[in-house]
Design a protein around this ligand. Structure first.
Ligand code: PLP
Length: 457
């Protein structure tokens, strides 16, 4: 009879096994409810019996989820329990290569030692005190963000949608502040087709997919959607003088991995300058190194008035940040906006660890070259398939457009141990791996995708 400690879970290196086993064990006891039957099998049964019991762990979690959580997520039937680098392990110990990064979040992969140290040390010292007081990590992180970008000042919040919500408020306040006598001050917004800016009422109003918005109407009024890339339509609308701000993703993520052109972003900049509208870049998915530049805007030779960043900034802890010029910050007064949790010492210490690594020129150039290699490999191995229309993207935000829904391929890849995402109208495979992914892992990912292409037939 083998005890659990004698069984090597697939893919888990022996040095990690003890930790994996402890976490696995703890989850069985705390997350799905410990009972004597499971415990006795785990400690006394042979390998085969343990595996069959472990299979029921995921099944049990999935069943429990359906009873206690609001049904907002159509999840893949996988219970992830442990991660290291670009590898994830489910509750049965099956290994997955992570090319989803928790939706473009885990830039340093899972369990980065510097990130862990920063989080552990800060958690032991001070996790939260609110913004009623000063804390050093928040100021240090803001200094780094300012030093590495166009911005003069930073506002912290807790997520991407919150960052855009703050950008909406700052834009309206800026227009009121700069036109105090104007009774018909600019309050409307422009967003673009295929845009995704978040799920709260303001950010949702800027999000193009109608099915996300209509069940919740009335949402924030005054948003016009213009075709992404249509310079003439955008310029005409901006010149009306009624537009508080233009929200644009330099590279669209959820919408299907579409990059703006230089000409498009430059014309938005000129039109905003001429009319007094603010230009807001949403870099929540494409920013912070993912494009191969620290900020995606760097490739376009244009700077915004406001930039929103979130997902990868704290390496997996919830954070959002709004980067602004002095001109915008000057319109904001005490009490205009705030958040209890935002910019906590814990989250900011984690973010400092991420930013210090990601902003290194050698790290950024490795993202750019790995992104090129990934795309080359995808073109080489997938290019001949009739369902594959295009491979596109910058750095490690990559889209493979298909002529059919991508979900069957994404599901088949998951079965084969690779996590990837969909985007666009469901016909785009979205690949957003941790930025630390190796060339060997890229080759393996492409191999798995290529091997599973038959799922599309
Ligand atoms: C470009 C963009 N903006 C905003 C958001 C919303 O971020 P969050 O889910 O953290 O609210 C997302 C999330 O996918 C995004 O991709």
């Amino acid at each position: 009879m083998a005890s659990l400690s004698q069984i090597t879970l697939p893919g888990a290196p022996s040095s990690e096994f003890g930790l994996l086993r402890r976490r696995f064990d703890r989850q069985i006891k705390t997350r799905i409810g410990f009972n004597g039957r499971v415990a006795s099998v785990l400690t006394n049964a042979g390998e085969k019996a343990v595996v069959s019991v472990k299979s029921s762990v995921s099944q049990n979690v999935i069943e429990e989820e359906a009873k206690v959580l609001v049904g907002t997520y159509a999840r893949a039937p996988v219970v992830i329990s442990y991660g290291k680098g670009c590898k994830l392990f489910d509750a049965e110990g099956k290994e997955y290569l992570d090319c989803a990064s928790g939706i473009a979040v885990n830039a340093l992969g899972h369990g980065d030692p510097d990130w862990l140290q920063a989080v552990n040390e800060q958690a032991a010292a001070l996790a939260h005190v609110s913004n009623l007081y000063y804390t050093i990590p928040q100021i240090e992180l803001a200094k780094r963000l300012v030093a590495s970008s166009f911005a003069d000042r930073v506002f912290f919040c807790n997520s991407g949608t919150e960052a855009n919500e703050a950008a909406i408020k700052f834009s309206r306040k800026f227009q009121r502040f700069t036109h105090p006598e104007d009774k018909d001050v600019a309050t409307s917004f422009i967003a673009f087709t295929n845009s995704f800016h978040g799920r709260t009422m303001g950010a949702l109003a800027l999000t193009s997919k109608e099915q996300y918005r209509t069940p919740f109407e009335p949402i924030m009024p005054g948003v016009t959607f213009v075709e992404y890339g249509n310079i003439q339509a955008a310029t005409e609308l901006i010149s009306s003088g009624k537009v508080a701000a233009v929200f644009v993703e330099p590279i669209q993520g959820e919408g299907g991995i579409y990059s703006a052109t230089k000409e498009f972003l430059q014309s938005l900049r000129s039109a905003c300058d001429a009319s007094g509208s603010l230009l807001v870049f949403d870099e929540i998915q494409c920013g912070l190194g993912r494009s191969g530049k620290l900020w995606a805007y760097e490739a376009f030779g244009v700077t915004p008035d406001i930039l929103t960043v979130a997902k990868p900034l704290a390496g997996g802890l919830p954070i959002g940040a709004v980067l602004v010029t002095e001109k915008v910050a000057g319109a904001i007064s005490y009490g205009d906006h705030g958040s209890t949790f935002a910019g906590s010492p814990l989250v900011c210490s984690a973010a400092i660890a991420v930013l210090d690594k990601v902003s290194k020129p050698s790290f950024l150039s490795s993202v750019a070259s790995k992104g090129r290699y990934f795309k080359e490999m995808l073109v080489k191995k997938l290019g001949g398939n009739t369902h594959v229309k295009e491979v596109r993207g910058e750095g490690l935000i990559i889209g493979v457009e298909l002529d059919v829904p991508a979900s069957s391929l994404v599901d088949a890849c998951r079965e084969s141990g690779l996590l990837i995402l969909t985007a666009g109208k469901g016909n785009v495979v979205r690949i957003v791996p941790p930025l630390i992914i190796s060339e060997e892992e890229i080759e393996r990912a492409v191999e798995i995708i290529s091997h599973n292409l038959t799922a599309l037939d």
